[in-house]
Write a protein that binds this ligand. Structure first.
Ligand code: ASP
Length: 466
């Protein structure tokens, strides 16, 4: 729209005739005068329609909340006694000269001038595009963008390169069920969606990039326990020739800078962050996600804790040995002999670390195995046959034969970080289009059935549940 001025910039145009466009936030008819609060992406302004501007007045008496309008108006300073210092543009007012209705709106299913936190969430999710118009949701999604921008800049400042890794892939073990995508060209075969870029980021180290990062979408088909989403976002990174100490310090500095820059009202209870081993944490707090805030009522306190030296292995529900994190973590030097001898597996500690904030796990990471024999040993210990090792992990075992450098990394979950920094009760409040606990996206209705033609092309027959 030519010469359109954003509401947030009106202060620079006092006394001028301008064009604004946006939504009718509220309309108040005072008989002689009609007031309309107009909203665009940059904020709110009050507009008055005087009886003398007859055409504008006629339209103003018809418009309703959430109609979309373009307005030609004069920016006036408010008389002294009308100034409201508590609101944006509280010292100015638009005098509407002409109003053009660009679109109408039905009455909304819920009020968006108020916080929608107490509105039935299914309704909010069905009409997410309306829910996102609210002040809090606009703020959350915009802060999300700022945080992601901060991370990108921090990474680039430190010589990392952002590399996109495939979404259609072979799958990587992170301890969850994977989402499968059927191949049409190669019927009966499937891609897996990434549970994380773990193997690709390690292969980027073999490829010599040394410092990789990605704002990575991860997909895990879990029975959604608590506050999980089938897809979520990690700041995924990996570095070559790095020690655990260096990863911890690099990460810690990043979080301190993030809080200072974007959340100055928050205070970190302790720097350097508290560090405790897994064993100590379990003994002292009975948890590997201790909440070490001094004052749990203080919504601005941030207590970061590093949990280090995780056990490498644990037993799953069936009593089978599995990894606590994933099978690419290396064993601590002191426990390497036990690892090689395959003895006393549950006592082996890994070079792996978690970052916990206010009782929530933010992230996991580790210094990896980079030697082919050790990686094979790991798969052996997990009871994976040589054939299965080849079919599932042949690529990485092969890659490790070609000068793989020592490396390690980390992957903080962006949704959780935002939830905690914005003081939200769950991660759905910081995701634009989240799914429900049943992994449904209520606005579009996904997942939906495939049609006959699609199924035929994929060679898939649906067996309906009895
Ligand atoms: N890939 C791991 C995860 O998703 C993080 C890491 O080890 O860097 O938890």
């Amino acid at each position: 729209m030519k010469n359109r001025i954003y509401i947030g910039n009106l202060q620079k145009h006092i006394g001028e005739e301008i064009i604004v466009a946006g939504w009718v936030n509220v309309r108040r008819d005072h008989g002689k005068l009609i007031f309309v609060d107009l909203r665009d992406m940059s904020g709110l302004v009050q507009m008055v329609i005087l009886p003398s501007h007859t055409e504008a007045r006629e339209i103003a008496s018809e418009i309703r909340p959430e109609w979309v309008v373009e307005v030609q108006a004069k920016v006036n300073k408010r008389p002294e006694k009308m100034i409201n210092t508590d609101e944006q543009n509280g010292d100015i007012e638009l005098e509407a000269l002409s109003i053009k209705v660009l679109n109408q709106s039905l009455t909304l299913p819920f009020e968006i001038n108020e916080d929608t936190i107490n509105i039935d969430e299914e309704v909010r999710l069905k009409y997410r595009y309306l829910d996102l118009r609210t002040k809090r949701m606009q703020k959350n999604i915009r802060v999300r963008d700022k945080v992601i921008t901060f991370f990108r800049e921090y990474m680039h400042k430190n010589d990392f390169v952002e590399i996109e890794t495939p979404l259609l892939m072979k799958g990587t073990p992170e301890g969850s069920r994977e989402y499968l995508v059927p191949s049409r060209i190669d019927q009966g075969k499937f891609y897996a969606l990434p549970q994380s870029p773990q193997q690709y980021k390690q292969l980027c180290m073999v490829a010599g990039f040394e410092k990789y990062f990605q704002i990575a979408r991860c997909m895990r088909d879990e029975d959604l326990r608590g506050d999980r989403q089938p897809e979520f976002t990690q700041l995924d990174y990996e570095m070559s020739f790095i020690t655990q100490e260096e990863v911890l310090q690099f990460t810690e500095k990043m979080f301190i800078e993030l809080v200072e820059k974007l959340f100055p009202e928050k205070k970190i209870s302790k720097t350097p962050f508290t560090r405790t081993t897994y064993a100590e944490s379990m003994e002292k707090y009975g948890s590997d996600k201790p909440d070490l805030r001094e004052n749990k009522e203080d919504k601005n306190e941030l207590a970061f804790v590093w949990i280090i030296d995780f056990p490498m292995f644990e037993k799953d529900e069936d009593g089978k040995i599995t990894t606590t994190h994933h099978p690419f973590c290396s064993a601590k030097e002191e426990d390497k002999k036990k690892f090689m001898d395959g003895e006393d597996l549950l006592s082996i500690r890994a070079n792996s670390y978690d970052l916990v904030l206010n009782g929530f796990e933010l992230s996991s990471g580790s210094i990896r195995i980079y030697e082919q024999e050790l990686q094979e040993k790991m798969f052996d210990l997990l009871g994976i046959s040589k054939e299965e090792q080849q079919s599932r992990f042949g690529h990485i075992l092969e890659a490790f034969k070609y000068g793989a450098p020592p490396h390690g990394g980390f992957a903080p979950g962006i949704d959780r970080i935002l939830m905690l920094l914005l003081g939200e009760p769950n991660i759905r409040e910081v995701i634009a289009f989240p799914k429900t606990g049943e992994a449904k996206e209520l606005m579009t209705g996904a997942p939906t059935p495939a049609n006959k033609k699609q199924l035929k092309e994929l060679g898939i027959k649906i067996q309906t549940k009895k």
